[in-house]
Design a protein around this ligand. Structure first.
Ligand SMILES: Nc1ncnc2c1ncn2[C@@H]1O[C@H](COP(=O)(O)OS(=O)(=O)O)[C@@H](OP(=O)(O)O)[C@H]1O
Length: 575
């Protein structure tokens, strides 16, 4: 038997409104629109599937104030986190939003109408108070406070929603359960007691041991219920994590556990978040909920201290135990005891017994360097998934941007380097010569400052895509402007993923040599005025200020230059 929902009734609005969804969809076309933010989309999904029961919409001012002040809705029901629809003043004015207005809420990914909100009120939130009460401090080191300060719009719009359809998902569809679906699943399996485990991180042996212990203690089954909505910036992406969870599920005793994904936008609100998580799991039918050390903690504040005490979350859940009606299973941190090859909560380890742990930072270091990750810490299948997503540097892609004058030797160096890297193997090598890019990608562009900059940005886009897939990219345009070269670096480092390794190599062959040896005669034509705005003749070449390497074909042979680039890559552990 699944636990009863918070407030007594599961507010499955999708099921409730199914009969009128065609009419609602029809009406949605004639209403003003709001395209949701990513966070609002996650919130709406949980409002409409019942995960946030007893909510039936975004909070009005009375509920919001009451939640911020007392962790309760205006009617007194426990609810610790504001769930609000923020809208800019301009939008409120341009859409003429007033009490009673009906607005279509749209999915930002595909523009589909998901729900209609009937506006109850429009109010100005006190964001400083919200930060202090809900997150503990008005400190922008907290990701949700930073979100309040930088992303949240001026006004909140409160009102109940009617569901047109749930947001569409195309990843891990079979693992996404609504509260009703999960409840049916528990019924089908005759699970009476279910311990839910919340996580936003990859799971290893310690987590498996902890959850199995919890199940044993409470004679229950285990629901692994990871968050796949928004988590803390910098977390492991949910695709990788779900593959990890799938791998670890095979390590549970047969039939003990089940994996379901939760599309929640976390707030990292520590104690309040733990109470919220418990309510959500109750709505999904769980009877027990694990709260460990530093539950939903965001890390350090701007003074370098933890935002919350390690067991503050457990204390707050205990405080509301009676009305939560889901039993907390508190856990201390698990640690490994090599002498007996087992995990135990730290507070149960006898004095003097040796323990082992691997921190998150150490794990990331081992992934980066390819160093071994011991069996006592994780499972081969889990490590394999992580290594695929976080390859060691010698498997990561990289971009070498060779910049220099026409006929500086950059093409010859690039081609020789391509051959050298091909000889070594292990990566696909892509060559983006200036001339090739001009023919294949930028044939309509000329040589104005703007066109040259755009050309560089196109090279950056292609290079970032290739390097993200693990390729070695050698790009050799003239790239005469510092701002363009900086833009290339920026684009590669921001969208190149794990392979965001970028090196600028200045081929600094003097103009006189480039000109003297130019068999194509372009400099001669430029001198005669037959080509206008030619780099080095009547257009500027800005010498790079921060090249990773400077080479010159009048001082070194092509082989020597290639070797110096190989050494640069080797020094950076890329070869
Ligand atoms: N006005 C002018 N200025 C500079 N270069 C010119 C110009 N007109 C044509 N070319 C020939 O175009 C080739 C490719 O230039 P790039 O795309 O590398 O230049 S840029 O980075 O956009 O500045 C470049 O060849 P490579 O140096 O061999 O790549 C030039 O020979």
């Amino acid at each position: 038997m699944a636990n009863s929902p918070h407030g007594g009734i599961l507010k499955d609005l999708v099921a409730r409104d199914e009969k009128i969804s065609t009419e609602l969809k029809e009406e949605s076309h004639s209403l003003p629109d709001l395209v949701l933010t990513e966070r609002q989309l996650c919130d709406l999904e949980l409002i409409t599937n019942g995960g946030f029961s007893p909510l039936e919409g975004f909070m009005n001012e009375r509920d919001y104030e009451s939640v911020v002040d007392n962790l309760r809705l205006a009617d007194g029901v426990l609810f610790p986190i504001p769930v609000t629809l923020d809208v800019s003043r301009e939008t409120v004015e341009s859409l003429k939003i007033v009490s009673g207005t009906r607005i279509t809420l749209r999915d930002p990914r595909d523009d589909e109408p998901l729900a209609i909100i009937t506006v109850e009120d429009i109010y100005t939130p006190d964001l400083v108070k919200e930060a202090i009460n809900v997150f503990g401090a008005d400190d922008p080191a907290h990701p949700s406070v930073s979100y309040l300060r930088n992303r949240v719009q001026d006004l909140y719009v409160g009102g109940k929603v009617q569901a047109i359809q749930p947001p569409a998902h195309f990843d891990y569809v079979a693992l996404r359960y609504t509260p009703s679906e999960l409840r049916s699943h528990f019924k089908k399996l005759s699970w009476r007691k279910v311990v839910a485990f919340q996580t936003r991180n990859p799971m290893h042996r310690a987590h498996r041991e902890l959850t199995v212990r919890a199940a044993r203690q409470r004679q229950a089954n285990v629901l692994i219920h990871p968050v796949v909505g928004l988590t803390k910036p910098g977390d492991v992406d949910h695709y990788t994590r779900v593959r990890v969870y799938e791998a670890i599920m095979a390590k549970y005793p047969n039939g003990m556990g089940h994996l379901a994904l939760l599309p929640l936008a976390m707030r990292m609100a520590g104690p309040r978040e733990a109470v919220w998580h418990a309510i959500i799991r109750k709505n999904y039918g769980a009877t027990h909920f694990i709260v460990g050390r530093d539950h939903a903690g965001p890390g350090k504040n701007s003074q370098g201290k933890d935002f919350y005490g390690p067991y503050d979350a457990q204390d707050l859940v205990t405080q509301y135990h009676d009305e939560l009606e889901i039993e907390m299973v508190p856990f201390q941190q698990m640690t490994y005891l090599p002498s007996t090859d087992e995990y135990q909560p730290v507070d149960e380890v006898p004095k003097g017994v040796q323990t082992l742990d691997i921190s998150g930072t150490e794990l990331r270091r081992r992934l980066r360097t390819g160093a071994s990750i011991p069996d006592w810490f994780s499972y081969d299948a889990v490590v394999k998934v992580l290594r695929e997503s976080y390859p060691p540097r010698n498997n990561q892609g990289f971009v070498l941007l060779l910049t220099g004058l026409h006929n500086s030797g950059k093409d010859a160096i690039a081609k020789a380097l391509q051959v050298t890297l091909n000889q070594q193997g292990g990566r696909s090598v892509s060559l983006l010569l200036g001339e090739t890019v001009r023919q294949e990608l930028s044939s309509e562009l000329g040589y104005s400052a703007e066109d040259r900059h755009l050309n560089a940005q196109r090279i950056a886009f292609v290079a970032a895509e290739l390097t993200r897939a693990g390729a070695a990219v050698i790009a050799a345009p003239i790239a005469p402007y510092e701002r363009s070269r900086e833009a290339v670096k920026d684009i590669v480092q921001h969208s190149g993923g794990a392979g965001a390794n970028f090196f600028l190599i200045h081929v600094a062959t003097p103009l006189a040599h480039c000109e003297k040896t130019d068999r194509r005669g372009l400099y001669a034509k430029a001198r005669r005025g037959e080509i206008k705005g030619f780099t080095g003749v009547d257009d500027v070449y800005e010498t790079p200020e921060k090249a990773d390497l400077t080479v010159d074909v009048t001082q070194q042979s092509i082989s020597e230059i290639v070797h110096s680039i190989v050494l640069l890559l080797e020094t950076n552990s890329l070869l």
